[in-house]
Write a protein that binds this ligand. Structure first.
Ligand code: NAD
Ligand code: MG
Length: 299
């Protein structure tokens, strides 16, 4: 599935698939090939015009979903990219490496679990070694596992969600900042869940609220160095995160119907906002959270 021209004027409510969708359970982390319809990452549509020329970017969760769309867009805007993902997602990551290379940019694949602080440190040092520096850090990787009843939510799951979504972001920012030049940018991925939490996401929603607050605080701390920090808050987006346990399967059928646009967003609709926040075009924007929600706006 893809829209040939994401720049042509058209009705946004009809631009991409609408529910109902088939149930399509898969284990976490999900794979793109098992999704029906296939998400659109801008493969056939995204056009760059040099907004990130020569930048060096580290992107987590870059194999699939929003991170894949960001990697494609960044490469087409002229950036070299390091892609992090989990080892079991190698098949997805290979497709992204190939798309980045087709854009004429360097792609470095560095799989590994970001729940380990030493792995986070080595992602930053490898980025500097292989790309010659780090100008953009994009924290996209995330864990979301729906559990209907607090009685069934384990301490292990709660800790793992916070570790992947919050601690890893902290470790990556901490490792990257001393090497970032003025003009560098950090973009975190929060969620509408930070503001309007679902009852089945008792661990995930607070992890996203922590990302939002961390973004506000870090932005104020580092602007004196000329470094900007922002976050993107997606609403429902059609990615492997959701059918692989992010939602109960019955909610996949109607996924996206709860927003005014009555459909989920596609990763291709998120990437332009990451490009904007990474580029010098957003030079007066820091500590901000940019909602891409299909109409269920941020407060
Ligand atoms: P996705 O499954 O395509 O991407 C998530 C990625 O996180 C995976 O590809 C995986 O590589 C990575 N990841 C998970 N655990 C990891 C770990 N321990 N170590 C390293 N990598 C790990 O799904 P997506 O929807 O594109 O998710 C991207 C981000 O967007 C997440 O932070 C998610 O919370 C956020 N988000 C998604 C939605 C949505 O509806 N899809 C809505 C709001 C926010
Ligand atoms: Mg993935």
């Amino acid at each position: 599935m893809s829209t040939e021209n994401q720049y042509a004027m058209q009705d946004p409510t009809k631009q991409y698939p609408q529910p109902e969708f088939d149930k399509q359970p898969q284990s976490a982390p999900g794979l793109t090939a098992d999704m029906n319809p296939r998400p659109d990452h801008g493969e056939t549509s995204y056009k760059g015009f040099g907004r990130l020329a020569g930048r060096r970017a580290l992107i987590t969760g870059a194999d699939s979903g929003i991170g894949r769309a960001v990697a494609i867009a960044f490469a087409r805007e002229g950036a070299d990219v390091v892609l992090n993902y989990l080892q079991s997602e190698e098949r997805d990551a290979r497709e992204v490496v190939s798309l980045v290379e087709q854009a004429g940019r360097k792609a470095v694949a560095l799989p590994g679990d970001i729940g380990d602080e030493s792995l986070c440190k080595s992602l930053v040092s490898q980025t500097i070694e292989q790309l010659g520096g780090i100008d953009i850090l994009v924290n996209v990787a995330g864990k979301q596992t729906a559990v209907e009843d607090i009685a069934d939510l384990s301490t292990e799951q709660f800790e793992a969600t916070l570790r992947t979504n919050v601690l890893a972001m902290f470790w990556l920012c901490k490792a990257a900042l001393p090497h970032m030049p003025p003009g560098a940018t950090i973009i975190n991925t929060t969620s509408i869940q930070s503001y309007q939490p679902s009852p089945s996401l008792l661990d995930y929603a607070p992890s996203k609220a922590a990302i939002t607050a961390f973004t506000h605080a870090l932005a104020k701390q580092v602007i004196g160095k000329g470094i900007r920090v922002n976050a993107v808050a997606p609403g429902p987006v059609w990615t492997p995160l959701q059918p692989s346990g992010g939602q109960p399967q019955e909610k996949i059928v109607t996924f996206g119907s709860e927003v005014p646009m009555k459909r989920p967003g596609q990763p291709a609709e998120l990437a332009p906002v990451y490009v904007l926040l990474a580029s010098q075009e957003s030079s007066f924007t820091t500590g901000e959270v940019y909602g891409v929600t299909g109409g269920n706006h941020l407060p």
